[in-house]
Design a protein around this ligand. Structure first.
Ligand SMILES: CCC(=O)SCCNC(=O)CCNC(=O)[C@H](O)C(C)(C)COP(=O)(O)OP(=O)(O)OC[C@H]1O[C@@H](n2cnc3c(N)ncnc32)[C@H](O)[C@@H]1OP(=O)(O)O
Length: 248
């Protein structure tokens, strides 16, 4: 079974995270697949990219079973920086990008969504930057990207509280651009009329945004954030919190 499925539908490129038994958590295979897709599809024919999850989850963040083997700051940094590079590629993808959160979006799942230009969810989705509860920060550059997307106080509220928000609450705080019953209503009520036909207009506007992020050195800020997380990762509190989850 492919861990990441690529589909082309009505002029859009769909990426579907596909590890439903662990709520589409991200492991190294998924990171590699995403990196390859983002490289090869930069100049593809589709006008926009949509990322979603299979079955009824979007993404439960990093695969805690796999990544719990990483004990030291250096080991953690290597993994975190790898996904950080993938998310910077997402953030600066030359076309519009959309996260359709078809269910739970937790931890790194919210970081992936933050890298996208738009975020939508189904009513029953729960969303949160829960990393704080695991005694770490966002480790894939999510906080730096969130501060580009939300007003300062709203972004910090989501990060500092580590709270799980309902879709309605996440829309109120500004993390979500809308809530749709399902993928089909998202497509007919939003996606099909969201973008002009002239693909060169879409990419030109995206370059405006990307230049701003380049000038404000977003890549470097994400790297520094990843270093902060790697330091905390090594701590006892983090390892204990993950063990508690894994023993459940
Ligand atoms: C790297 C930076 C980060 O991303 S830090 C954040 C890491 N993620 C998390 O802390 C989320 C941990 N998961 C959860 O809180 C819950 O599983 C959530 C996602 C809310 C789903 O709850 P629920 O629908 O009740 O399912 P469940 O807990 O029974 O899980 C089903 C199976 O999936 C697994 N799973 C879940 N999340 C992960 C994960 N992040 N990494 C690895 N496995 C995960 C569960 O262990 C469970 O597996 P099993 O069926 O017991 O074998």
């Amino acid at each position: 079974m492919k861990k990441v499925i690529v589909q082309r539908k009505n002029g859009f490129l769909w990426i579907r995270l596909n590890r439903p038994t662990c709520r589409n958590a991200i492991d190294y295979d998924v990171m590699n697949a995403l990196e390859e897709i983002l490289e090869t599809e930069r100049n593809g024919e589709e006008s926009a990219l949509i990322i979603t999850g299979s079955e009824s989850s979007f993404c439960a963040g990093g695969d805690l079973r796999v990544f719990h083997a990483l004990k030291t700051e250096a080991q953690a940094y290597e993994m975190l920086a790898k996904m950080g590079r993938v998310l910077y590629k997402f953030m600066t993808f030359p076309k519009p990008t959309v996260a359709f959160m078809n269910g739970i979006a937790i931890g790194g799942g919210c970081e992936i969504a933050t890298a996208c230009d738009y975020r939508f969810a189904v009513p029953e989705a729960k969303l949160g930057f829960v990393q704080g509860d695991l005694a770490i920060t966002t480790g894939w550059g999510g906080a730096s990207m969130l501060l580009e997307k939300l007003p300062y106080d709203k972004a910090m509220q989501m990060l500092w509280s580590a709270r799980r928000y309902t879709a309605e609450e996440a829309e109120t705080i500004g993390f979500l651009n809308g809530v749709f019953e399902n993928e089909s209503s998202f497509c007919t009520e939003w996606l099909q009329d969201a973008f002009v036909q002239h693909a060169e207009v879409l990419t030109a506007y995206k370059r405006v945004a990307i230049r701003k992020w380049q000038e404000s050195n977003l890549a470097e800020r994400m790297q520094q954030e990843i270093r902060e997380c790697a330091v905390l990762w090594e701590g006892e509190s983090h390892h204990r919190a993950v063990e508690t989850f894994l023993k459940k």
